[in-house]
Every structure is written in C-alpha cells, then in structure tokens.
Design a protein around this ligand. Structure first.
Ligand code: ADP
Length: 482
C-alpha cells in the first residue's frame, strides 16, 4: 500500500517548475480529526499572472500538436492515475474524508474523463457547407479557445479537475487550475503525473492561494479566454458578473437540489438502494445528491420502513476504515448548514425517523448522523435549499402531477431521479422534469460518456459526452470566393 507522509508540504506548478517555497503557507486539515496534514503556498496575483503567461506561451505549440499526440499524453496521465490508484485515493481521503472505497472509485471516474477526451481529441471535425452561389465555398473550422482557467471544488478533488483538463487539453487549450483550498494535495498529485508523462512546460499549471485574488486575476488578464468552474451558485453568479468585462467564455456547474420521486409502481428495493447511494455518497456532499424524497402514499409506509432500516445500518467514521460508508463533513461551516436545515424542519413539525444528531469532535472535525426526516412540508428550508449533508427528508404525494410540480418548483435544475417500472409513466415523467440530468431507476448517472450539467440556476454548458469538448472550442467560418 502506498505510504503517505504525515505532513505533506507541497509547491505550486507553473511552467514546468515547482515554486513557492519562500511563501506564506496555507494549512490543509484532515476533516476526520482536525489535524494539519500539510500545507501549500499562498500565492497571489503575481504568480497567477506568471501561470497565465506560461499557459499563453505554451498555447501555440500545444494547439498545433497533432491531435493524436495530445491524445497520447492524456491517455498516459489516465494510465498513471490508475497505476497509482491507491496513492491518489489515500490523499483524497486524507484531505477531504470520503470513504476510501469512494476515493478509489473517484480515481477511476477521474481517469475516465482523460481517456474519453483522449478519443474526443481526434474527432474535432469541421464542416463544409454549400455556398449561397456557385462561386462561394464555406468552411467551418473548430479551434481551441486558448488559455483556460479552472476553479474547482473540494467534494471531488480529482474528477472535477480532469473533467475540465481532459477536454481543454484535448481541444488544444492550455490550462491553469486553482483547486479548492481544502483539497490542493490531490490536484498537486495530478500535476506531478502530468510532469511525469512529459506534458510540455506551461501546458498545465496550478496555483493555490486566496480564491478571490486568484479569480480576479484570471478575470482581469485578457490572455485567459475561458473560465470553467464547479462550485456554489453564489460564486458562480459572481464569476458570471466578473466575466462580463472581457466577455470571457464560461462554463459553470453549480448547485443542485435534486428530487427523488418514488411512484406507486416502483421496485421498492431498487428505489431504497438508489436513494441510499444517491443521498449518502460522500456524506451527502455532492451537487447531485438526492436532497428531497417524494413517495407515493400507497407505498409510503413500505418505502419508509425499508429506507429507515437501511439508513440505520450505515457506518459513520474514519474514511480509511474499509467498512465506513459515511465520513466527516468537510468543515464546521458545512456542518452548521446541515444542522440549521434539520433544526428548521423540526421546528416546523418534522419528525426524526433515524439519526438527527451531529457530533463536533473539534472545530475542524464534525460528523452528522445519517438522518431521515418525516412529516416534512414544502415550506421547510431543507425542501428549498441544497443541504450538502447526510439528511433525507421524505414527503408523501397522491398524484403524479403533484410530484412533478414539487420536483420542478425550484430555481435549480441539475439532477432529478425517479423510480417507476412503467415505461409510459416514466417517459412522461422524464420529459416533464426540468433538469439537465435525469436518473430513471438509476441513482448514479454520472459517467464520462454522457453530458453532465444543469439548466436554470444550476449552470451553463456540459462536461462529458461528445458535448464536453465543445465549450473549449471556437467556431470559425471561412467564406471563400473561387
Ligand atoms: P463551497 O462552498 O462548496 O466551498 P465555493 O463555490 O465557495 O463552494 O468553492 C468552489 C471553488 O470556488 C473553490 O475552489 C473556491 O476556492 C473557489 N472560490 C470561492 N470564492 C471565490 C471567488 N470569489 N472567486 C473565485 N473563486 C472562488
């Protein structure tokens, strides 16, 4: 098993060099016990501009490499990630607490975006179109956008980077990542892999530091042509406003508030299994976690009994224990939000069926029991906002239309789930749900082959599938007279 140093002190990667030794440091905390496990430099606008300059200088040669060569680099990084799966997974669990089995799964998932885009790199086709008269020829070219700056969250420390780096590098763009302050070590390890496989200097770069300062520098520097972001809706909206000054291209994958509907003809066992994995994966800290569950009144009791029993069996603890299914909450801020949602629901008449309590070990290590709330009503905070924690509120419904109305009654539109064995009902429901991703009897829809992303306030653009490379390409139209 790969060994991990207790204290991991790392540098930034700019233009193929590791820099920042002399800088002030930012601590990285293990959320399981609150211990400091390492640190990274606190870089600012100067180093961010250096990274932009490096990416800008590398753009010309990288974008002109044959797609097959860019593809080979991506494939090599994917391979090295898989070869070092245990090492990378352990770093992830150490810095963000997710169960080790989920971390291993994330390594595979993250590598799959590099592999997928290694293939997509070769299929960036242009077009020719018949002209308006005999002398006109129309050619449509697809070209890389240029320097891409990525800002990524802590909940999927590897996959949220590769989902951006994969298509960016495949398209011929160069890349800078500012990882979340909670999880820079996974990101730095990815840069080490890029260095090991010989990705040319400046093609990938990493800066850590104050998010607003680095973000502002990306926005002010005209050499950055695209911002790609996964994170909260509040920061996403801020980035949209900032990007207006230079009309930068922008991709956003923001918050969700996923409903999970269980219709009267659902396979209840399947629905319970799905609800468990969708709700409690990553301690409920994913933007596609089911946030609210609606169950038809005819099967309500049966579903609730089985679900509550299954939730009661979930093991909470140290992500490094192989049998732990729910790790710590990322920080006290996240914990407070979960607690606020539960207290608000209880004040408004909800009942705890299982769980319902938190455990603050110290100011940097918090846990929340897997919880099921019943008797919930639409006016409760938890039915209106993303909770980002292991709490499942369940509401009863009578009519399909009523359930769909509840599901769509939100400014968010990332993911919705539903369970039914009826093709007729399912077809109508999938068409009626106002979401970018719909899981029909499927609680784990994310995969590199498919376009991931939301509508409404959940985002702009897609990641994965054949759509995933498009946001990294510009369309140029050439009109020729012959
Ligand atoms: P969360 O609340 O889940 O941490 P955030 O949206 O705050 O979600 O964080 C997602 C990413 O956005 C992180 O990398 C974070 O550092 C970054 N970020 C936070 N605030 C800003 C900002 N003002 N400008 C640019 N990036 C930011």
């Amino acid at each position: 098993m790969a060994k991990i140093d207790t204290v991991l002190s790392k540098l930034n990667y700019i233009n193929g060099e590791w820099i920042g030794n002399e800088r002030e440091r930012m601590d990285i905390i293990n959320p399981f016990n609150g211990e400091t496990i390492g640190s990274v430099p606190k870089m600012g606008p100067h180093e961010t501009d250096m990274a932009i300059e490096a990416a800008y200088s590398a753009f010309s040669s990288w974008s002109q490499l044959p797609a097959q060569e860019r593809s080979r680099y991506l494939k090599k990084v994917a391979d090295i990630m898989i070869e070092n799966k245990e090492e990378l997974a352990r770093i992830m669990t150490l810095e963000m607490g997710k169960p080790i089995r989920e971390s291993r799964g994330e390594v595979e998932y993250a590598a799959s975006f590099l592999e997928w885009n290694a293939e997509e790199a070769k299929r960036v086709y242009g077009r020719t179109v018949p002209g308006r008269d005999a002398s006109q020829r129309i050619t449509i070219l697809k070209q890389p956008v240029g320097v891409v700056a990525a800002i990524t969250p802590w909940n999927f420390p590897a996959a949220m980077i590769t989902r951006k780096m994969g298509p960016a590098l495949a398209a011929g763009c160069t890349f800078i990542v500012k990882p979340a302050e909670q999880t820079p070590l996974t990101a730095i390890k990815l840069m080490e892999y890029c260095e090991q496989v010989g990705i040319p200097n400046g093609v990938v770069n990493l800066v850590t530091g104050n998010p607003a300062e680095i973000g502002n520098t990306f926005m002010k520097n005209p050499k950055v042509r695209k911002i790609t972001f996964t994170g909260s809706s509040a920061v996403g909206k801020h980035l949209i406003r900032q990007s207006a000054d230079q009309i930068k291209k922008i991709s956003l994958e923001l918050g969700g508030h996923a409903p999970l509907l269980v219709f009267e003809d659902a396979d209840i066992e399947k629905a319970v299994r799905g609800a468990i994995s969708s709700k409690f994966r990553n301690a409920g800290q994913t933007c596609i976690c089911a946030n609210r569950i609606y169950v038809h009144e005819k099967i309500y009791a049966q579903f609730v009994n089985a679900f509550v029993h299954a939730v009661g069996q979930l093991k909470v603890g140290n992500g490094f224990d192989e049998d732990v299914q729910v790790g710590p909450i990322i920080n006290k801020y996240g914990y407070d939000k979960i607690n606020r949602h539960v207290q608000d629901a209880l004040n408004k008449g909800a009942k705890v069926a299982v769980g319902g309590k938190g455990n603050i070990v110290n100011e940097h290590a918090c846990f929340y029991q897997p919880t099921v709330l019943m008797n919930v009503t639409p006016d409760m905070l938890i039915m209106n906002e993303e909770t980002f924690g292991p709490v499942a509120p369940i509401q009863k419904f009578k009519q399909d239309e009523e359930a769909i109305q509840y599901a769509n009654d939100t400014p968010y539109g990332l993911t919705a789930y539903f369970y039914t064995e009826s093709v007729t009902r399912g077809t109508k429901v999938m068409e009626a749900l106002e979401y970018g991703i719909v899981g029909w009897n499927d609680a784990l829809p994310s995969t590199a082959q498919a376009p991931f992303g939301g509508i409404k306030e959940s985002g702009i653009a897609r990641e994965g599938g054949s759509e995933g490379i498009e946001p990294y390409l510009e369309t140029k139209y050439v009109s020729m007279e012959v």
